[in-house]
Design a protein around this ligand. Structure first.
Ligand code: PLP
Length: 279
């Protein structure tokens, strides 16, 4: 694989970052992941907008222009010949001797790589378990501080399930790397309202817009695991998962253990719309 590191396209074995990089020492870094569909980038504008916001919240700016960033995305996809998959970018504050205090305007590190994987196959649905949300308080900033999420998902896998839905004060915040939704028995789509408790998903925004266009009723509010277990169906969204059905929550099957119709429809519509707007 050819990856990008600070201005250079190199084979992955040759890409290096300093051990003094603050991304490595302090998780002082933000990231974004866009889906690649038909060799094109989905929702680029939305992801860059969120990236600029994440950087701003951490007192950083963009190391390259939006146009340059798009160019690097396109070049990496081309060099790796990716038809479907993910393109990951990470920006760290940069390299300095270890010190909790950071300096303004450091030379930032920018790395990017692609991951080829199929995105449009039929989705069987996943089984989730709940876990306490032990992440930090600014989940609206997309930092690489992902250890809590990583531990929760690993725990879910060890329990023979697929992912964890995180719970704080009795309510689901989101999935370990996705936004969480239920569809009530009277057909309403419920997903947690935006705040610092969750990541403001780019797919979430698109799906809520599409659902509204399809005249589906939406409620943005917290829900409990018990309400989710009693729902008609459940699903999650994330950039490279699109709309993915959830068929079991803490051992209780939903929709007879089969993907639900709302998740399936929204996934189809999302892929259709992506094919109209990707760049
Ligand atoms: N929530 C968390 C914690 C995430 O890591 C992600 C990323 O995939 C999402 C939600 C979904 O965001 P997006 O749709 O922008 O990929």
């Amino acid at each position: 694989r050819i990856v990008y590191v600070n201005g250079a396209y190199v084979p992955e074995e040759e890409a290096t970052v300093s051990i003094f990089d603050r991304g490595f020492l302090f998780a002082d870094a933000v990231y974004e992941v866009c889906a690649i569909l038909d060799g094109k980038i989905c929702e680029f504008e939305g992801h860059v907008e969120r990236l600029i916001r994440s950087l701003g919240e951490l007192d950083m700016g963009m190391p390259v222009s939006k146009e340059e960033l798009l160019e690097i995305h396109r070049e990496l996809i081309k060099r790796n010949n990716v038809e479907q998959g993910a393109i990951y970018l990470q920006i760290t504050r940069g390299t300095a001797d270890r010190d909790f205090v950071y300096k303004k305007d450091m030379k930032q590190t920018l790395v990017m790589f692609t991951q080829a994987k199929g995105l449009t196959e039929e989705k069987a649905g996943i089984r989730v378990v709940s876990a306490p949300d032990i992440r930090w308080g600014r989940r609206d900033i997309k930092t690489v501080q992902l250890l809590a999420s990583s531990m929760c998902k690993t725990m879910a896998k060890a329990a023979g399930k697929d992912d964890a839905w995180l719970v704080q004060d009795g309510f689901v915040t989101e999935g370990s790397s996705s936004n969480a939704y239920i569809v009530t028995k009277d057909g309403k789509i419920v997903t947690r309202n935006l705040s610092t408790s969750i990541l403001h998903g780019i797919t979430r925004k698109a799906i809520l817009r599409l659902a509204a266009e399809l005249d589906m009723e939406i409620e943005e509010r917290p829900f409990t695991i018990a309400e989710a277990q009693d729902a008609a169906e459940a699903f999650f969204t994330a950039a490279t998962a699109f709309v993915y059905p959830v068929i079991e929550i803490d051992g209780v099957e939903l929709n007879g253990g089969k993907p639900g119709p709302v998740a399936k429809r929204l996934n189809e519509v999302y892929i259709e719309e992506s094919r109209k707007s990707y760049i």
